[in-house]
Design a binder for this molecule. Structure first.
Ligand SMILES: [Zn+2]
Length: 319
């Protein structure tokens, strides 16, 4: 049995125990359940063997009344109507991983991505970076930053609705909140059931290198895994410019961005480099691909956010 099926069975069992307890507390609910089950068997008999459609109709009505009575008992005792359902992690697919046979659920797609990429790349306190705790008051131009945050929220919405849109290039010195805002976007997309891969550039290049040159993987496996980097609904590349810029790195970044642009798959790049520096380091071809369908956000704070926090703390202590 797969891990998923184990968990499903466990949840069903937990639910059955919950129902048993409930029925002990409210014996009438047990009677209703027994009666509905008896009627269901009778309905099969009368429709298939006796072809007695009048009786079948009568049974349907009796079942309806019993269900109504059950609903009222639950309501009167403030018990949620979904108590008869196991508590699924993903109500969309009831944790099965597919919606119809052959149609994978988003939760399964993310699980597979997580497996291949050792999680979406978002772990630990990265999950705590949200729009709510992103502080726009650190920035030189607060209004402009608020506009950017608004645009980021629209970015999420369009990913979920699979609408075409520009990509995002976040530029600014270290500690200016680029990573925070990109993780806020990632977390929101994940929360809404989308798929995300977040990688620092050097880790991303390591992954590509491993898939390209690992002799133990067969070619099918390799290409399908590289395919995920192209297909995932949102790819975030952090710290572009911090890696060793080799012809291999330049080529791989260009190919990846080109492919994603061609299929309108959005991405975010965070970099300490501005566009001019990008051109100096990566050359015209890579830069063109990066800026062709992209909104460029400059992150300008008076000093780094970590320093700002420290100086605020000091001011508070002085008071
Ligand atoms: Zn699901």
């Amino acid at each position: 049995m797969t891990h998923r099926e184990d968990l499903i069975q466990k949840k069903i069992q937990e639910c059955e125990q919950k129902i048993e307890k409930l029925h002990k507390q409210f014996p009438r609910l047990q009677e209703i359940a027994d009666e509905i089950s008896r009627l269901s068997y009778e309905r099969i008999n009368v429709t298939i063997f006796n072809k007695n459609l009048t009786r079948a109709e009568k049974i349907d009505n009796e079942v309806k009344l019993l269900l109504r009575e059950k609903e009222l008992i639950l309501k009167a005792n403030s018990i949620p109507q979904n108590i008869y359902e196991p508590e699924w992690d993903c109500p969309k697919c009831k944790d099965r991983g597919y919606i119809f046979p052959g149609v994978l659920c988003e939760c399964f797609k993310q699980e597979r991505l997580d497996y291949i990429f050792k999680k979406s790349g978002i772990s630990g306190n990265m999950e705590l970076k949200t729009f709510d705790n992103f502080d726009v008051t650190f920035y030189r131009d607060i209004k402009a930053m608020e506009e950017k945050v608004k645009r980021c929220k629209e970015f999420v919405k369009k990913i979920i609705n699979k609408e075409k849109q520009n990509n995002l290039f976040f530029t600014g010195a270290i500690g200016r909140g680029k990573t925070h805002l990109s993780l806020a976007i990632a977390n929101e997309v994940l929360n809404q059931g989308g798929t995300v891969i977040y990688k620092r550039i050097d880790d991303l290049l390591d992954i590509i290198r491993e898939y390209k040159f690992n002799k133990e993987m067969d070619n099918n496996e390799k290409s399908s895994q590289l395919e995920y980097l192209k297909q995932v609904e949102l790819l975030i590349i952090d710290d572009l410019g911090a890696e060793n810029i080799t012809p291999f790195a330049q080529n791989q970044i260009r190919i990846l961005i080109e492919d994603r642009n061609n299929f309108d798959k959005p991405w975010i790049i965070c970099s300490n480099l501005n566009v001019n520096e990008l051109q100096d380091y990566y050359g015209q071809r890579v830069t063109d691909r990066i800026i062709e369908k992209t909104d460029i956000f400059a992150f300008e704070a008076e000093m780094s956010i970590r320093e700002l926090l420290k100086s605020r703390e000091l001011q508070l202590k002085k008071r």
